[in-house]
Design a protein around this ligand. Sequence first.
Ligand code: ADP
Length: 495
Amino acid sequence: TAAALEELVTPSVQITYTQHLIDGKFVDAASGKTFPTYDPRTGEVIAHVAEGDAEDINRAVAAARKAFDEGPWPKMTPYERSRVLLRFADLVEKHSEELAALETWDNGKPYEQAAKAELPMLVRLFHYYAGWADKIHGLTVPADGNHHVQTLHEPIGVAGQIIPWNFPLLMFAWKVGPALACGNTIVLKTAEQTPLTALYVAKLFHEAGLPPGVLNVVSGFGPTAGAALASHMDVDKLAFTGSTDTGKIVLELAAKSNLKPVTLELGGKSPFIICEDADIDKAVELAHFALFFNQGQCCCAGSRTFVHERIYDEFLEKAKARALRRTVGDPFKKGIEQGPQIDPEQFEKVLRYIRSGIESNATLECGGDKLGTKGYFIQPTVFSNVTDDMLIAQDEIFGPVQSILKFKDLDEVIKRANNTRYGLAAGVFTKNIDTANTLTRALRAGTVWVNCFDVFDAAIPFGGYKMSGIGREKGIYSLHNYLQVKAVVSPLKNP
Ligand code: ADP
């Protein structure tokens, strides 16, 4: 592990937007309060941001309500809406470098990952939903009796959206893209750890011609701003991505207030199953990527690496060697694969799980500690001899900690892979088509990646079985979250 942690790169981007964006204007918090956002490389403050509370959410919802009820957005032609999304995508492309730098600064993820993977995905996703905007339509229904029946697919209204800190821009895109394509208006609350990039792109949306009030962005904390949005009586739909515990809270708040429908994208403990016929070098690399990508801070991380007993020893040796080669350091530097964890809470939590792994007698193959003296860097860590009953095999760690488990046959690994409260994703590595077919059908997860992992095309639906969530985002499926179906019925012949 090359820990290039001294002499940090100074980000080449200005922080311009720190206020809420409500009704097309940047405004201070109603209370006048601000909160700091930090550089995870150092723990130093990088900016003070308006701190939203119930009153800011009220103002943002009022703006979104007005923009929905009075227009023009929901009443514009779908083609006009599509063009706003396309112009926005062009602006994002133009500002990609600043956005990637801002994302890395606020979040700690490698700049190359943000610039080369995430920004292009953001652009692609808005192109994708711009394409849907003018292709959303209902049905003519052949009902019994002499009636003409049609369904209108209408926007649902004001969408409340709460997003997490691990992919601030992509989570913005997954939520905002389909909601706007369908003609809704939005109040989005960013995660308190990463408020900066959403404000920047929301500003670009207005440059692209989005009418004021259609997209409002409020920064702030969960129990205050987030809870106010989830329980608001004038919000027609809630979309949430975050932890399973918080998902339960927002679902309850939605039910207790106005029964707004809720989609949830929550935690996971995804199995990655490496079968005996696998090309071991390729399997090692993919399993490494599946777990360590984004500092291990992925809800779908392949955090249970199941390896067939016949190849287990060779796999283990190579997986350990790969983790030891992983480059950790200043995420702004070229060639760095892993930056810091997001904040002290997550950092401490991951270190606690590492201690728990050691105490439960899993074998610590490498890593196991923090790295450097400042910021939230953690050594790439590999545990072997992990068994299903250990906490590290059951809980979502959300950090660079790979747990390797041994299995004997398919029936056994299917049972063990499914023996979890989560069901977000799974990975399968095999050349045998029968094995692949058996596993893809048997695994109870919203995505099964075969011989690949973390493929996130805009058209592919994403979401969880069991306690990993409710509903699907991306693809055609996300449109359903943001549409109401109205049946219109009239006699074929007037009486
Ligand atoms: P994590 O543990 O990964 O930070 P959370 O589920 O706590 O995940 O956070 C995800 C998002 O949910 C963030 O925007 C956060 O502010 C918000 N949030 C946290 N607590 C609440 C709550 N009680 N009500 C509404 N939103 C919340």
